[in-house]
Design a protein around this ligand. Structure first.
Ligand code: DGL
Length: 285
């Protein structure tokens, strides 16, 4: 029984989750659903968003600084809830913190292969993700093994629209139309949401597909938020640091952007009443 003591205190520690902005909240909501007893610390680097057009070295430097900040808050695990930061910086984070559980997110190419009937898969992501060695290596290996074609589509400006809270605006619809229509025209029957911001415009994507005559069953859409939460659960169990059932976990939030941006996102995207949440503006420059 005595040996269980250190584990109990680690189990009570929070899990850190970060993104360039509010996109990682799409992953956070799956973690909250699956692991309601875990306390979470969410860090939105909105003052430096978007990451998608930043040089890799800048993303590595931001990611290391955020990981360090969250470690000082006592986290037991870190979820890099950003495809762009995962591609650029996860190796550096793991190297800097070898004993920390670090989980990243990657465009769901494997689940897309399982879903696609035409073998043509559109991959929507930031330019930085699509140009990363990590993505190119995975895409090349999987295309060889499975003979599917991946159509990478850099969605420049889309994460910005979502940061602004424009989930249904005309401008966002036009942008999405510009990115999605060519993928469908080339025969894609599966779209991978390779950026954690994009699940928040899933209703708009569905609407646009419907307007172009597609039924919901004609086009599969892949979001890996749920798989990331399940992976986190597995690793916490393996390390014996899953929080015991009991009272619901708390959520602490940090942003390098305006406080109102994150509190509006918590309210509008996750239906969380920010009065119950800790929102701290943080200048991590
Ligand atoms: N949410 C981030 C991702 O998953 C990217 C958005 C950005 O460009 O900052 O890649």
């Amino acid at each position: 029984m005595q040996a269980a003591q250190p584990h109990a205190s680690i189990a009570n520690a929070p899990i850190g989750v970060f993104d360039s902005g509010v996109g990682g909240l799409s992953v956070l909501q799956h973690i909250r659903q699956l692991l309601p007893h875990e306390s979470l610390l969410y860090f939105a680097d909105s003052g430096f968003a978007p990451y998608g057009d930043k040089p890799e070295a800048v993303i590595v430097q931001r990611s290391l600084a955020i990981a360090q900040f969250l470690l000082v808050q006592g986290i037991k695990a870190l979820v890099v809830a950003c495809n762009t930061a995962t591609a650029a910086a996860i190796a550096a984070i793991r190297q800097a913190h070898p004993s920390l559980i670090v989980i990243g997110v990657e465009p769901g190419l494997k689940p897309a292969i399982a879903l696609s009937k035409t073998g043509i898969i559109g991959v929507m992501a930031t330019r930085r993700t699509l140009e990363s060695q990590k993505f190119i290596a995975l895409k090349t290996q999987l295309s060889k093994e499975s003979k599917v074609s991946f159509l990478p589509q850099a969605c420049v400006g889309l994460a910005d629209q979502i940061e602004k809270g424009e989930l249904q605006s005309q401008a966002t619809a036009l942008l999405l139309q510009r990115y999605v229509a060519p993928l469908i025209a080339q025969g894609a029957d599966t779209l991978v949401l390779g950026c954690t911001h994009y699940p928040f415009v899933l209703p708009l994507i569905r609407q646009l597909l419907q307007q172009s005559g597609k039924q919901a069953s004609d086009v599969s859409i892949v979001d890996t938020g749920d798989a990331v939460a399940r992976h986190l659960q597995r690793l916490l169990m393996q390390d014996c640091c899953l929080h015991a059932a009991g009272s619901p976990g708390t959520l602490g939030t940090y942003t390098t952007g305006p406080r109102s941006g994150l509190s509006n996102a918590l309210h509008n995207l996750l239906k969380l009443d920010d009065a119950k949440e800790l929102v701290q503006a943080l200048a991590l420059a």
